[in-house]
Design a protein around this ligand. Structure first.
Ligand SMILES: [Zn+2]
Ligand SMILES: [Zn+2]
Length: 174
């Protein structure tokens, strides 16, 4: 089971569109949990962003074999980084993604809902991949390729390369 946990305001339609592709690619059932409130103590007033680890800490640790994915509409940062698309807590079997920088509007481009949803699926699969024990992959088409930019994200597919597929299946059994 993969539990999607919205944090703050996240549209229902976005959550509903994320669940089926995640279920298909990760071969797990998905469910959507009730929303959590954004934490006051994670907000940086000077950066106008939330500390990613503060939000991830709110996501309940799932049972062994299960995974939880926090989904925030807010923009996130981590120490030493201007922003992060997502982070993972492998030990805790949970991950977190931010939707803020996945919309073309963020960069002054016209809205493109299909592209936005594709990006959200990719970020989600990537971070959940880390929770199954996967590191980054050198194949630029593989979902576990490290995205330095959204261009990298747009180039790669939503699925695992053959090598990473073997590893993720092994991670699901372990
Ligand atoms: Zn990564
Ligand atoms: Zn790979």
């Amino acid at each position: 089971m993969i539990t999607l946990v919205p944090i703050g305001k996240v549209k229902d339609t976005v959550l509903k569109s994320l669940a089926p592709p995640l279920a298909e690619i990760l071969r797990q059932e998905t469910e959507v949990a009730g929303p959590l409130l954004l934490p006051d103590d994670g907000w940086s007033r000077s950066r106008r962003q939330y500390l990613a680890s503060a939000l991830l800490a709110l996501v309940p640790v799932p049972a062994r074999g299960d995974r939880a994915l926090g989904i925030a509409g807010a923009d996130l940062y981590a120490p030493g980084l201007n922003f992060v698309f997502g982070i993972a807590d492998t030990e805790g079997r949970r991950a977190l993604i931010s939707l803020a920088r996945l919309r073309p509007e963020f960069y002054g481009s016209p809205p493109d809902d299909a592209l936005f949803r594709q990006r959200a699926v990719k970020e989600a699969v990537h971070e959940l991949g880390h929770t199954y024990g996967l590191g980054h992959c050198r194949n630029p088409r593989c979902i576990m390729f490290f995205s330095n930019t959204l261009h990298d994200t747009d180039v790669k597919g939503p699925g695992f390369c053959a090598g990473c597929r073997v590893k993720v299946d092994r991670g699901m059994r372990g």
